[in-house]
Ligand binder design. Structure first.
Ligand code: DGJ
Length: 717
């Protein structure tokens, strides 16, 4: 054992929080503190160095990046098979650098090396001070002269001390996404993971919360919100150690993913993103939203286009005449854009259902004899923009693409093909396939530069994970899951380099494929095919902890027969769109839909760029209430939804305490988006102080006859 001369203490700080790392006597890097920032930095020096005695079973439990095969007895963050077949690693601190990128953003990088094997890991901690967000990742470098195999290569390793730990994670399936699961963590390891290859969210998103000591509420408690920003297989381990401290290890799922690292090459892990608050889940989520809008989501502080989508209006059954009528409907409704969905392509194998044509991105000449150019022109004539659906990562076996390039498809050569929605996934590990996918968009934009929106869909998981390309190039099959996502990001990178501003929706029918890795390239995402507004109140509620409203695509559809008002009220709470047959709407319904767009246009700025406060939780109450407040606190909008259809027992709300207002300001409250010919019981002439509204509250008067109520709250001089 070599002993360091001096203990090195490395505080990773945001405005409110700190993570304090320090070296032990053997020069290994430990976590000494996680949580609220200490007032005096000098106090960090007093944190014990946790130098493990030889007989200490707790060993490396609080390691900042736990390696495997040496003195560690816990779940490792890092496991390697060295060039000579040896499987032991012991990382030691070498040096660190702190780089201030600007007044808010600082990157601390810490180099760790093994004394025996020349493998090097650099831990990166990027802090966003004002938003209290940390982005953590690692870079692994092979200096061994021969290839090594990375068996486990986590992005982050954290350590927490509390009386108890309450985990909230999510599970789901098609149309049942983001179901929260709250559980007390007990001794042992609880892992959440995905092995689906694509669209992890279908079963389990890479997103969670941990409350410390006791379950946090909206406004109270110590809570961590975290996510692995990776659009493929992930694994997050929560391990209670022998002294009841919690270890967290988050990274790419090591399942079937041993990764060979050539000499002198580096492997960059995806980021693990987290924020901590001692003021409950609401504060934590607002921090994450501010960060995401400013630093992550494409055009996160910009604006979005309202739209009419034709998927549920026509499915695959349309032609130019039908579409042209829909363009006029989009204009009549008052939206910004018409979005043409699935079914417009394929000739030898026309895309008239989901069994054929995927991969053949040429306009179907029967449906669209004049091509996309004509549609772009016609939408322009109708006074709306044109957007289009693509599913570029996928292929139907019944397609020309599959006939021409069977080796571009992920499939096990010795086993029968197995389909998910009759389709297979293209092998994005293969650079030729990457070029092909890039070319789909590039050709389309070159021919039709006025295309104003892309819906990028993804409807299959990876079965039979095998790549003909990896085989041909002598690489390990176990790299496919990782190389797939890296290939996808390469394509998206190229698309964004050439087309930096065109809005793109990240879609997946089932699962809502979303994470902060992908949102680098997308302006918004599809939360679920389930657009029943009652269900959406819950799905949107849970998504709102992690993603700001500007990125939520909420469409009004015919999934449910509840009133147009309820449907539009729910869709307003994000980026509003429609997927209905406008021509079949009754007069009042149409008027209601049109009014809702006008109402939305007046408040959308607050919804997109304001702070979200959750007021009443629909999981615990028969209704939901939440509000958005702008930065100046002079404009807010509050949404209230009844979520029970139980026998009417004369239900009515009592005053609900508002949040986020300025207590010294005076406000007026106006009910908006009323159904045509209905009156509001809300007296718009009264004024209230912010203090009153936040302590006494305001009754939106939700009843079984007023199932949803939207209030616009405006400061008066
Ligand atoms: C799944 C999406 O969620 C739907 O909105 C629609 O685009 C279909 N795919 C089209 O196949």
């Amino acid at each position: 054992m070599t002993f360091a001369q001096k203990k090195v203490v490395i505080p990773i700080e945001t405005d409110q929080n700190s993570l304090v790392l320090s070296t032990d006597r053997a020069n290994r890097l430990r976590i000494g503190h996680f949580g609220k920032r200490l007032q005096q930095a000098v106090d960090y020096e007093s944190i014990p160095d946790y130098s493990a005695r030889d007989d200490d079973q707790n060993g490396m439990s609080n390691s900042a990046y736990t390696s495997s095969g040496s003195t560690n007895l816990f779940e490792p963050a890092f496991a390697v098979t060295h060039a000579d077949g040896n499987m032991s690693t012991e990382l030691k601190y070498v040096s660190h650098t702190v780089t201030k990128q600007d007044a808010n953003v600082t990157v601390t990088s810490i180099v760790l090396k093994d004394d025996v094997y020349p493998v090097e890991v650099t831990l990166f901690y990027k802090t966003y001070a004002k938003e209290n967000v940390v982005e953590q990742w690692s870079v692994i470098k092979n200096n061994e002269g021969k290839a090594i195999t990375l068996e486990k290569y986590a992005s982050a390793n954290l350590y927490f001390k509390a009386d108890n730990y309450y985990l909230t994670h999510y599970h789901g399936n098609w149309a049942r996404e983001m179901k929260p699961e709250h559980t007390l963590l007990t001794a042992g390891i609880k892992s959440i993971d995905s092995k689906l290859g694509t669209r992890a969210n279908l079963f389990e998103p890479p997103t969670f919360m941990v409350s410390f000591d006791r379950a946090s509420t909206e406004d109270e408690g110590n809570v961590l919100l975290g996510q692995l920003a990776w659009s493929g297989n992930f694994k997050i381990d929560f391990e209670l150690d022998a002294i009841h401290n919690l270890r967290l290890i988050a990274g790419i799922n090591p399942y079937a993913s041993a990764y060979s690292l050539a000499p002198a090459k580096s492997f960059v892990t995806p980021s693990f993103i987290f924020t901590f608050s001692d003021k409950g889940k609401g504060d934590a989520s607002r921090n994450l939203h501010r960060w995401a809008r400013k630093y992550r989501i494409l055009d996160g502080n910009g604006s979005r286009l309202t739209l009419l989508n034709n998927w549920e209006a026509t499915y695959f059954d349309f032609d130019e005449t039908k579409l042209t009528a829909l363009f006029a409907d989009a204009k009549k409704l008052g939206v910004d854009l018409f979005l043409l969905d699935d079914g417009w392509f394929g000739n030898k194998y026309p895309r008239n259902n989901d069994r054929a044509g995927l991969g053949d991105w040429q306009e179907n000449v029967k449906k669209l004899p004049n091509g996309l150019g004509y549609l772009v022109k016609e939408t322009k004539n109708a006074g709306v923009k044109f957007g289009i659906w693509l599913e570029p990562e996928m292929v139907n076996p019944k397609s020309e693409l599959y006939e021409k390039h069977p080796d571009w498809v992920i499939k096990e050569p010795k086993r029968p093909e197995h389909y998910f929605r009759n389709q297979l996934v293209l092998d994005l590990a293969n650079p030729e396939v990457q070029n092909f996918v890039f070319g789909i968009l590039d050709n389309m934009f070159t021919k039709n530069p006025e295309i104003g929106f892309i819906k990028w869909d993804c409807n299959a998981v990876i079965y039979n994970a095998h790549s003909a390309y990896l085989e041909k190039t002598g690489q390990k099959q176990s790299q496919l899951y990782v190389d797939y996502v890296k290939g996808l990001y390469k394509v998206l990178e190229r698309i964004r380099a050439k087309y930096p501003t065109v809005p793109m929706m990240l879609c997946s029918g089932g699962g809502g494929r979303v994470d902060y890795g992908a949102l680098n390239y997308f302006t918004e995402f599809w939360l679920s095919d389930n657009t029943d507004p009652l269900e959406r109140v819950f799905i949107q509620w849970e998504n709102s902890y992690f993603y700001p409203a500007i990125a939520h695509c909420n469409h009004v559809t015919d999934w449910s027969k509840v009133s147009m008002k309820y449907r539009t009220d729910v869709a307003m709470m994000g980026k509003m769109g429609f997927d209905i047959v406008v021509s079949k709407l009754e007069e009042k319904e149409l008027k209601s839909a049109q009014n809702s767009i006008a109402a939305y246009n007046n408040v959308k700025d607050v919804i997109w760029h304001g702070d979200l406060f959750r007021l009443v939780n629909p999981f615990d109450h028969p209704f939901a209430a939440l509000m958005f407040v702008n930065e100046a606190k002079d404009h807010a909008v509050q949404f209230n939804y009844l979520v029970t259809n139980r026998y009417d027992q004369g239900f009515t709300t009592s005053p609900i305490r508002l949040k986020g207002l300025d207590s010294t300001k005076k406000y007026k409250i106006k009910e908006i988006n009323l159904y045509p010919d209905t009156r509001t019981p809300v007296n718009e002439n009264l004024t209230y102080s912010g203090d009153y509204l936040m302590n006494i509250g305001f009754n939106p008067i939700l009843t079984s006859n007023r199932k949803s109520v939207v209030l616009e709250i405006t400061a008066v001089q």
